[in-house]
Design a protein around this ligand. Structure first.
Ligand code: HEM
Length: 405
């Protein structure tokens, strides 16, 4: 049994987020400490707001399903991570509570079922192949961030949402700011405004093209049928654009890196390709990549583990806390693709459970398998200890990942 790593000295409360990540982008040691000693732990967010941090899998599942905790934070002065990010956009499926949430979510849900996402398999394979061919004919060593992990998710997201070709160049510009923890509130708010304007252009163009068989098309149809409001079309379309970028860039870096660090398990996947879904599941358990999720607020006083969470208090959860919870995952620090437990807790719980979970799994299975099949001799081009990390993002990841073959 590997010992769960703990901080060398007792952390001071309240904790201050962002935390220093554990080795190789694994959970910050302070998360393990809080799970053991302070299951409802005070933490100050980059915005200066104080929140309660949950780290145990059972607590997160319970609170996320509890209607006394609200996601409806699109009001001025609501608790924020760094500034007025996508949690401030009215009408987004992410920012509304049931029953409105259920009404909006059901419009796009059919496109994200396990069978629904399979229609994207050939498209993801094609984009992966094109990028990998380009990488093969370019410089060796190459940076996996530039050649593969950064460009693939936006290509795939634009296709799956049928973003008009003329608007694709604008697509990436402001999304990175949204998930950065080290930018000023003014910058975050400006980026949110630009994304909202961008989504407005997308929805206007999509209204004209008449094609309705995709999530944005379905939102437009639902609005025509008076099922959802104009804000709900725009807010939800904009959130789908946001989630389809950085949330997939990070695991496409931490995933291959972790496999390169566990060559025996990588060889097993290469020999038995049916192991790829299990490998991706374990990668998703091992690296959520986002350390602390976005806030909810308590709508009344709630006591948890003897701590009083007051009406109006912010509560955040760390899914990495859940997927490394020893009560559910024996020996969580061990990367083991043969685990029988899955990584579902990485996608949250309750009504806001990640709608893109099947899409993310499919994307990562295809992208990881394609990478190692195209470059069977792939290895790191610098010492592991010299890999630079970006710790200022919600989705921590290497800032560059030089590889050779
Ligand atoms: C590995 C990649 C991903 C991870 C780990 C992840 C994780 C999560 C988590 C933890 C939540 C719940 C947040 C909360 O309740 O506070 C969530 C919500 C959501 N995710 Fe993902 N996500 C990923 C990729 C995606 C992708 C690719 C999409 C695009 C389709 C997506 C779309 C969404 C949406 C729309 C919600 C909000 C659902 C709702 O409010 O009902 N996610 N995600």
């Amino acid at each position: 049994m590997t010992q769960m790593p703990m901080p060398a000295t007792e952390p001071e409360l309240p904790l201050r987020y962002p935390f220093e990540p554990g080795p190789w982008g694994t959970p910050p040691l302070v998360v393990h400490w809080a799970r053991r000693n302070h299951p409802v732990c005070p933490v100050v967010l980059p915005s200066g707001t104080q929140a309660w941090m949950l780290t145990r899998k059972d607590d997160i599942a319970k609170v996320f399903a509890d209607r006394r905790f609200s996601r409806a934070l699109a009001f001025d002065g609501a608790p924020r991570m760094a500034g007025d990010d996508f949690t401030s956009v009215p009408g987004s499926v992410f920012n509304i509570d049931p029953p409105d949430h259920t009404r909006v979510r059901q419009v796009i849900a059919p496109y994200y079922t396990r069978t629904g996402v399979q229609r994207h398999r050939p498209m993801i394979e094609d984009h992966a192949k094109t990028l990998l061919d380009k990488m093969a004919s370019g410089l060796n060593p190459a940076d996996l961030v530039e050649t593969y992990a950064d460009p693939l998710p936006p290509l795939v997201t634009c296709d799956s949402l049928k973003i008009p070709t003329k608007l694709r160049a604008k697509f990436m510009k402001n999304f990175k700011v949204q998930t950065n923890l080290a930018v000023t509130p003014e910058k975050v708010a400006a980026a949110t405004k630009q994304i909202t304007a961008f989504t407005g252009e997308v929805v206007a163009a999509r209204r004209e093209d008449g094609d309705r068989d995709d999530p944005i098309g379905a939102l437009i149809t639902a609005h025509e049928q008076k099922m959802i409001s104009e804000d709900e079309v725009h807010g939800t379309a904009s959130y789908l654009c946001v989630t389809g970028v950085e949330a997939l860039v990070s695991p496409l870096l931490t995933g291959p890196l972790t496999l390169l660090r566990h060559p025996k398990q990588l060889r097993e996947c290469m020999k038995e390709p049916e192991l790829w879904p299990k490998a991706v599941e374990e990668l998703l358990r091992y690296h959520h990549n986002g350390v602390l999720g976005l806030p909810r607020i308590a709508l009344e006083d709630v006591e948890l583990h003897g701590t009083l969470i007051r009406n109006g208090d912010a509560v955040c959860a760390t899914m990495l806390g859940a997927t490394w919870d020893e009560a559910h995952y024996p020996n969580p620090a061990k990367f083991d693709i043969h685990r029988t437990t899955d990584g579902t807790a990485t996608f949250g719980a309750g009504p806001h459970f990640c709608i893109g979970a099947a899409f993310a799994r499919l994307f990562l299975q295809i992208a990881c398998q394609a990478l190692f099949t195209r470059f069977p001799t792939l290895r790191l081009a610098l010492a592991e200890s010299r890999i630079p990390w970006r710790e200022d993002l919600i989705f921590i990841r290497p800032s560059s990942l030089p590889v050779t073959w």
